[in-house]
Design a protein around this ligand. Structure first.
Ligand code: HDD
Length: 712
């Protein structure tokens, strides 16, 4: 090849002075420092970019070359440093809960409970405790879609004045297994199958159901994961649970048992499965975007922290073992008591630094809180600390801003990779005679952590307690506590998931287990699979018939609902009536909802009645109705006729209808409805003029029109 003509001069790129690259902070409190210095530097005409060692850069575009077109010099420390750092950007993702999203906020104590716990944050009403929360899915990898059918992690780090307290929970109050010994097996079974590398972020495959069907103790939790709880509409609209029984310990050393609940003040809401599948395609980041948008808009999500507190006498009289994490205590049996409120009011500044490096550990408790003997919890207490070392690479992960306690820390743990603190002084051991009053722990000091004094004895054995043996009664209670709509969704989910199992024996074994839960469920699933019902599997303890339904286990049964915090999508075209559009928008926004406009193209629409041009938020092809909680169809007559020809418009209407959404129908939308083959029902309301907006909003407050009879 002939040599290419050389440029007269090598091109010199000048770094833009408007960028603020590489702003670094090491302390959570160091909020502005570096950025300001960079700006000031830039203003003085100084350098805006440096190497990691601080050397100012003249060129961030070109590597150091010998001659205009010659080889790159090994001496180019700028290039090498940049590539070196890039090469090492990734750290191992979490072995479970890899896909997550975090936000900052605070917990406000609503009720002082010194009689229950000596924890400093519960000594007085009104105390605010800084918090960081990370929500997650469990099975999927870091880049998996948000709407996988899965448990959601609900991990809360409270930076209390007496150290960090982590409540590392889920959005489901029970767990699959009773003993930490089985956790690696559970996780292996649900993750991609090792010989083929799929499926991603899905439990609908043979190895998961193989394991579950062989582990009857998992039955209760799979009833939950087959329910709509596993496909939440928003991270803001789900409950959270500490799952295990913990202990509160008061200043006199008296201990009580406690279970933690997070109750969303936004209400609860899920999507339907077909919707989840489509959201995953249309917006795989649906949940993180939703949380980020809500917080950025000042619509701060809140949860009440509620507790179920009980003593040994209650524990002994309760039908199940309170140490068994596959069991819950129905709220009707032991009501929850709200003691504090969590508010998330700040998104992270850097997802890696904060969300990815957040290290939750169940062992992080504070004086006034203690563990119970739940064997799952006891195993977790090892696993989390251990996994942080693997992920974050150093025992000093506690010094990272997101993990660092906000209270003083004083210990003689020294050195290690990436030691960030200047550990001064001569003595690095305890006891010593150098450090005066800070010599060491003071057993007489009020507030020092002391474990609850509980007598323990027994033979050392590998054993599962008899009291953990009933695997089906609460699964049955859960199913029977659901509304018919919820029961139908559970049935459909089992049919879908087991339908993805290639090995018939696995399906059959699961059907045999389901017979112990509920005969109607088992036969409906068998019908859906087109398989005969096998005999029920032998149950270690006969499932009970007498547990009363617990409405608190249902998401739909008698719950107050609101459209606040939800999103209305309005389909508009050229010629849309501006008065109706504005009336609907105002009504919904006043009701606390978000309104987004969808037009045939992203360039906007020209409204009718001299309404002028109106920007839209989405082009129709990129905004299927699954992204909205309710939709309004407000095209002009001409617009409706054009949309009637477009598949995306017909799908928009069809899906909204099929997903039981409320639909506001503008006076010119009939062509579109007809083209979509959708017939008017009680879930649709005419929004022909501005007065109809209020009625439409009122209808939407029920969130979904479950009475609409549509086939999945
Ligand atoms: Fe776990 C992460 C919740 C049982 C071992 N778990 C993790 C996270 C949540 C939970 C929310 C993500 C934390 C974050 O956002 O960083 N895990 C639970 C709940 C369980 C549970 C509610 C049962 C009640 N987990 C469990 C067991 C073990 C683990 C029995 C091991 C014996 N879990 C881990 C882990 C992870 C984790 C491997 C992965 C990443 C991490 O810890 O930080 O250590």
């Amino acid at each position: 090849m002939p040599p290419k003509s050389k440029p007269d001069k090598p091109t010199q790129a000048t770094p833009s002075t408007s960028s603020t690259p590489g702003t670094q902070r090491t302390k959570a409190t160091d909020r502005r420092g570096n950025a300001d210095e960079l700006h000031q530097g830039a203003a003085r005409g100084g350098p805006v970019m440096t190497t990691a060692q601080g050397a100012p850069l003249a060129d961030d575009q070109n590597s150091l070359r010998i001659g205009d077109r010659g080889p790159t010099a090994l001496e180019d420390f700028v290039l090498r440093e940049k590539i070196f750092h890039f090469d090492h950007e990734r750290i191992p993702e979490r072995v479970v809960h890899a896909r997550g999203y975090g936000a900052h906020g605070y917990l406000e104590t609503l009720e002082a409970i010194p009689e229950l716990t000596r924890a400093a944050i519960f000594q007085r009403r009104g105390i605010r405790t800084e918090a960081f929360v990370r929500f997650s899915t469990v099975a999927g990898n870091l880049g998996s879609p948000d709407l996988a059918r899965d448990v959601r992690g609900f991990a809360v780090k409270l930076y209390t004045p007496e150290g960090n307290w982590d409540i590392v929970g889920n959005n489901i109050p029970v767990f699959f297994i009773q003993d930490a010994m089985k956790f690696p097996d559970l996780v292996h079974s649900v993750k991609e199958e090792q010989d083929r590398g799929w499926p991603q972020a899905a439990s609908a495959h043979d190895t998961f159901w193989d394991f579950i069907s062989l582990m009857p103790e998992a039955t209760h939790m799979v009833l939950w994961t087959m329910s709509d709880r596993a496909i939440p509409r928003s991270l803001r609209f789900m409950e959270g649970f500490g799952v295990h029984t913990f202990r509160f310990v008061n200043a006199s050393g008296e201990a009580t048992f406690v279970k933690f609940h997070w109750k969303p003040r936004q209400g609860m809401q899920s999507v339907v499965w077909d919707e989840a599948v489509k959201i995953n395609g249309a917006d795989p980041d649906f949940h993180r975007r939703d949380l980020w948008n809500a917080i950025q808009a000042g619509d701060f999500p809140q949860w009440d922290l509620a507790v179920q507190v009980f003593d040994d006498e209650f524990a002994d009289s309760f039908d199940f073992d309170v140490l068994d994490p596959t069991k819950l205590i129905p709220e009707e049996v032991l009501p929850v008591r709200v003691i504090a409120r969590l508010t998330l009011d700040r998104v992270v500044e850097n997802v890696f630094s904060e969300t990815e490096q957040a290290a939750f550990c169940t062992q992080n408790i504070v004086p006034g809180v203690d563990f119970s003997n739940d064997p799952l919890l006891q195993g977790r207490n090892f696993s989390y600390l251990d996994t942080q070392l693997k992920r974050l690479g150093s025992t000093n992960f506690t010094q990272l801003p997101v993990n660092a306690p906000r209270c003083p820390v004083a210990h003689f743990q020294r050195d290690g990779h990436m030691q960030m603190s200047l550990q001064s002084g001569r003595a690095n051991y305890e006891p010593n005679s150098f450090t005066g009053d800070q010599r060491g722990p003071r057993p007489d000091l009020d507030g020092g952590f002391r474990s609850a004094q509980v007598p323990e004895n027994g033979d050392k054995r590998r054993i599962r307690a008899e009291s953990f043996a009933d695997h089906y009664s609460q699964a049955r209670q859960f199913f029977r506590s659901q509304t018919p709509v919820e029961q139908e969704h559970i049935t459909d989910a089992f049919v879908f998931e087991l339908g993805k199992c290639e090995i018939p024996a696995i399906r059959t074994r699961m059907l045999a287990n389901l017979r112990n839960v509920d005969e109607s469920l088992a036969s409906a699933v068998a019908d859906g699979l087109g398989m005969p019902l096998p005999s029920a599997s032998p149950a270690a303890v006969a499932p009970r018939e007498d547990l009363p339904a617990s409405p608190a286990l249902s998401m739909l049964d008698g719950r107050a609902t609101t459209f606040a915090g939800r999103k209305l999508g309005i389909l508009v075209t050229d010629g849309t009536d501006p008065q109706v559009l504005d009336a609907v928008t105002t009504a919904f926004e006043n009701g606390g909802a978000t309104v987004e406009l969808i037009g045939p193209a992203i360039g906007g629409v020209k409204l009718g009645r001299r309404g002028g041009r109106r920007a839209v938020d989405h082009a129709l092809d990129g905004a299927p109705s699954v992204l909205f909680d309710a939709v309004a169809l407000l095209p002009s007559a001409g617009g409706a006729a054009e949309l009637a020809q477009r598949k995306s418009a017909k799908d928009f209407v069809n899906d909204a209808f099929a997903h039981h959404k409320f639909i506001g129908v503008g006076s010119a939308a009939s062509d579109l409805l007809a083209a979509a083959g959708v017939e008017a029902d009680d879930g649709m309301v005419a929004v022909g003029d501005s007065d109809d907006a209020a009625a439409f909003l009122e209808l939407c407050q029920a969130l979904r029109h479950w009475a609409r009879d549509v086939q999945p």
